[in-house]
Design a protein around this ligand. Structure first.
Ligand SMILES: [Zn+2]
Length: 248
């Protein structure tokens, strides 16, 4: 028998476990995260990678039409460039949250660099809105043993998601609309999903590579779903509201 085989199998298993802990949205191995709301009636819509001068203002108007509160995980360097847009987002009742300064993959970074990415973003949000963010989402969902802990030390809970339809992919809006279908099915109680609680939907109002990313499809998909979700009895809440108010 080749003595290296079992070692290889163990290494493969370890690598699998580490990648599960680092990237699976519901994995809690690297610290506690929130990936659902406390009620099937409450939907937390979240947006990453903004602010985006090409889209965020239109998105705020659309959300207002449906009395929807959402959570915006903003990039710190964009917040420095567009503080007024971030201020408006907060003033219109949404929660502004931390998505790092430069959008790196935190898995590979040392604790001091992670802390710096999060702290500088906090400072940019405080400068724009007057409030320190209480929520954080790691870029690409990647965590390591220090990410959730560092966010907690800075007063932030870490949010992941239950539904991520890949709205950054260049494909027809009909495909994106279909990918978001599980939320309505879950709200009607006829999805295969067995978990109690409501969904946390991860969408993108910006792009991490540059400002002014085209996210028209995300807007169109929401124009389709928001009236249908409202008719299905869903309430659109921030992630804070979704976990801190009693379940209804
Ligand atoms: Zn992102």
């Amino acid at each position: 028998m080749n003595p290296l085989l079992p070692v290889g199998a163990v290494l493969a298993a370890c690598a699998g476990a580490v990648s599960y802990a680092a990237v699976h949205p519901r994995a809690q191995i690297f610290g506690p995260t929130v990936c659902r709301t406390n009620s099937p009636r409450k939907l937390a819509i979240t947006f990453d990678d903004g602010p985006n001068p090409a889209l965020t203002a239109q998105l705020l108007d659309l959300l207002e039409r449906y009395d929807a509160r959402a959570t915006f995980f903003v990039i710190g360097r964009y917040t420095r460039e567009c503080p007024e847009l971030v201020k408006e987002t907060a003033q219109r009742g949404h929660l502004v949250a931390n998505h790092t300064l430069t959008h790196p993959n935190l898995f590979w970074l040392a604790p001091s660099i992670i802390r710096d990415e999060l702290r500088q973003t906090q400072d940019s949000i405080i400068a724009a809105t007057g409030f320190a963010p209480k929520w954080f989402r790691p870029p690409y969902g990647y965590r390591n043993p220090w990410v959730v802990k560092t966010a907690a030390q800075l007063g932030m809970r870490t949010a992941m998601w239950s539904v991520i339809p890949g709205d950054w992919k260049p494909r027809p809006v009909e495909k994106l609309i279909a990918k978001i279908q599980p939320i309505a099915a879950h709200a009607r109680g006829n999805s295969e999903s067995s978990y109690a609680g409501g969904d946390v939907l991860c969408l993108h109002d910006g792009g991490h590579r540059a400002l002014n990313a085209d996210r028209t499809r995300t807007l169109r998909a929401l124009e389709y779903w928001l009236p249908r979700w409202r008719d299905a009895g869903l309430e659109f809440v921030t992630i804070e509201e979704a976990v801190s108010t009693p379940a209804t």
